[in-house]
Design a protein around this ligand. Structure first.
Ligand SMILES: C[S@@+](CC[C@H](N)C(=O)[O-])C[C@H]1O[C@@H](n2cnc3c(N)ncnc32)[C@H](O)[C@@H]1O
Length: 265
């Protein structure tokens, strides 16, 4: 299903979804994506580890939400199916979990459709997370999700592709206002941290693609949680957010340049 005209896949234009797929060792990418990814890894050799740490954060946030009784997940900017897909993680704890994946990238939607074919409790829609009303009104979404019940809004490594402005503010306000009490918001987000020069070079690299980067400082990321109560430990570097007991301790969390946090309504 598609709530917006789905553009054709253009192998010559690098896309954020497919570049992320390269970082995660996936195979759903083209030479144009691999060229940007290679340059990113040149600038910041930790990039694949950072992408994996982000997926691990997402996994822990999903488990947290499932542990709070949440059975509905809205994964916005879900990307190409990869490590720890939300429906797999959620169902480990909650076999009745329902998951809506949303992405604006046709490659991500194509492979998610393929993965989810025949799954009545998980679906993917092609859409823009900045148009939540259109998204949430879709009959297929209404059928899958009961918006009167709490749900988890997952914004993992996506908001830094969206500039500040009224469209972002309004979209976040709609998700917040729609969410029933007990709902959860998880965000991971690239931050300049102490590595300002590196972030600038990284930003310049993405600014040459269709998906420019807007890294945000911690207080700016925190503002994205307006109206949600951040749960412990608050907004931290991804590996620091409720690590699993067997996770290796991280000596320099700032090198992960990605903040993660979970809010509750
Ligand atoms: C870096 S990937 C992150 C994928 C996944 N969430 C993760 O954490 O691994 C960012 C994804 O956000 C998607 N995206 C960017 N802007 C979007 C928008 N306005 N609406 C929906 N998806 C968007 C991109 O297509 C891409 O798949």
């Amino acid at each position: 299903m598609s709530i917006a005209a789905e553009p054709p896949i253009d192998p010559n234009r690098p896309s954020a979804a497919r570049i992320a797929d390269v970082f995660l060792g996936g195979t759903h990418n083209f030479a144009s994506d691999r060229a940007v990814a290679a340059r990113a890894i040149e600038l910041l050799p930790d990039t694949p580890a950072i992408a994996r740490a982000n997926r691990a954060f997402l996994r822990r946030a999903v488990r947290y939400a499932a542990g709070r009784g949440i059975r509905q997940f809205l994964d916005l900017g879900a990307g190409i199916p990869s490590l720890h897909n939300v429906h797999e993680v959620a169902r480990d704890l909650a076999p009745d979990a329902r998951v809506l994946y949303v992405d604006i990238d046709p490659t991500a939607v194509l492979y998610a459709r393929h993965l989810l074919a025949g799954d009545p409790a998980a679906t993917v829609v092609h859409g823009d997370l900045l148009r939540p009303a259109a998204l949430l009104d879709e009959p297929e979404v209404q059928e899958l999700l009961d918006l009167d019940q709490p749900f988890a809004v997952l914004l993992s490594n996506v908001l830094h592709f969206l500039p500040d402005g009224p469209a972002l503010d309004a979209a976040l306000a709609t998700y917040r206002e729609t969410a029933a009490p007990g709902s959860v918001l998880a965000i991971s987000h690239v931050t300049p941290s102490d590595h300002t020069e590196l972030t600038e070079r990284f930003t310049a690299l993405y600014n040459g693609t269709d998906t420019p980067l807007t890294p945000r400082k911690p207080d700016e990321v925190e503002r994205l949680f307006a109206g949600w109560r951040l749960v412990e430990p608050g907004l931290v570097y991804c590996p620091e957010w409720r690590p699993d007991p067997d996770d290796e301790p991280v000596s320099d969390p700032a090198r992960f340049v990605t903040l993660g946090g979970v809010g509750e309504k």
